[in-house]
Design a protein around this ligand. Structure first.
Ligand SMILES: Cc1cc2nc3c(=O)[nH]c(=O)nc-3n(C[C@H](O)[C@H](O)[C@H](O)COP(=O)(O)OP(=O)(O)OC[C@H]3O[C@@H](n4cnc5c(N)ncnc54)[C@H](O)[C@@H]3O)c2cc1C
Length: 321
């Protein structure tokens, strides 16, 4: 049934009916959803959520789609995409305020250009500020939760609140927001004064390292590391690279249909010709089984699935799982 979205469109929200979601994820996989709402500002987001709540239309929210595998069957609800091409950032003294829709790398660039230290490590990580906070994204031993001060949240029923970082239960690649489903409208980060030129050089170094290590998304669509690294079992141990275990066990030779392992990194699944989302799911199952068989370790997924997949009982999951 087609609906009237004129009020949202007049405040700049772009609405697409029967939108194909593969266009909006870095894996470039997935079927369609009934309606897609492209929001770039906090106001557009708040108005869209209020409208969907009022019309009792179920929805999910995505950011840059860089940590998702969307089902080939598509999904049975509306989707809000909260991404802004123009960074929405300001700072006062040692605090940066930024919209959840701003791209994470734009935040890193802004901080470096303003001579503000503390955020260089996020340089080059794809996706948005909101997605990074939910999954406590990180690199080079640092995580977003370590430098966050507070967030403005919007609940699925449209209520706004402010939460301090310490209330978000950050752990490695996780936060309580994955369970609550609250939306990050805006965030405040703690920074300290630094040397602009040094920060820009550090950022350039990080980008160089990332270009060498990570797949070029134009050639190898993917969602980055598929599984989290392995948590230490005692304080004396360090976190261990899941890619190492996969490589030792011969995981680089695994493939299902067009889903194959990135030649330079055994923990990254990439899409090649003919790849379906189901291929990615099945390959991930094989990778987990291989590590279990060879090392008796249960590896935990970092990438999130969206919608229905063959072989997974409906009762086991919500839309994003
Ligand atoms: C090439 C490549 C390299 C990568 N390197 C790294 C890396 O070094 N470190 C790392 O940690 N990750 C890495 N990733 C994974 C990914 O970039 C991060 O997880 C990123 O933070 C996801 O952000 P997103 O906006 O794309 O979220 P999405 O993939 O769109 O969504 C992920 C989850 O966040 C939720 N979400 C998104 N926005 C919001 C919001 N505003 N409010 C509430 N919930 C929201 C979604 O509902 C979903 O549950 C990499 C991915 C790729 C493709």
């Amino acid at each position: 049934m087609s609906r009237d979205w004129t009020a949202l469109q007049s405040c700049g929200v772009v609405v697409q009916e029967n939108a194909v979601l593969s266009q909006w994820t870095t894996f470039q996989l997935g079927g369609s959803c009934s309606s897609l709402f492209l929001c770039s500002t906090p106001l557009q987001l708040e108005q869209t959520v209020a409208c969907l709540v009022e019309k009792e239309i179920p929805f999910i929210l995505i950011g840059g789609g860089s940590n998702l595998v969307v089902s080939d069957y598509g999904i049975d609800c509306a989707v809000i995409r909260y991404v802004s091409d123009i960074p929405l950032i300001s700072h006062q003294k040692n605090e940066i305020t930024v919209s959840g829709s701003t791209q994470l790398d734009q935040l890193a660039l802004y901080a470096a250009q303003q001579g503000l230290e503390g955020l260089t490590f996020i340089s080059g990580i794809p996706g948005t500020v909101g997605g990074a906070i939910v999954g406590n994204a990180g690199a080079f031993g640092k995580q977003v939760g370590d430098v966050l001060k507070s967030v403005t949240l919007l609940s699925a029923d449209g209520k706004q609140s402010i939460a301090l970082a310490e209330d978000l239960n950050f752990t490695y690649r996780n936060s309580r927001l994955k369970e609550t489903g609250d939306i990050i409208v805006e965030a405040v980060f703690k920074v300290c004064p630094g040397q602009k030129n040094e920060l820009i050089n550090q950022r350039d170094e990080i980008l160089k390292i990332r270009w060498q290590k990570h797949p070029d998304l134009k050639v190898y669509p993917c969602a980055g590391s598929f599984f989290r690294n392995i948590e230490p079992t005692s304080q004396a141990q360090r976190r261990q690279a899941t890619g190492w275990f996969l490589e030792q066990a011969g995981g680089k030779n695994l493939a299902v249909g067009g889903a194959v392992i990135f030649p330079q990194h055994a923990n990254i699944i990439v899409k090649t010709q003919g790849c379906t989302a189901q291929n990615v799911y099945d390959l991930a199952q094989q990778m987990a089984a291989l590590v279990k068989k060879n090392y008796n370790l249960d590896i935990v997924r970092e990438v999130r699935f969206v919608g229905k997949f063959d072989g997974v009982a409906d009762s086991e999951k919500t839309v994003i799982w």
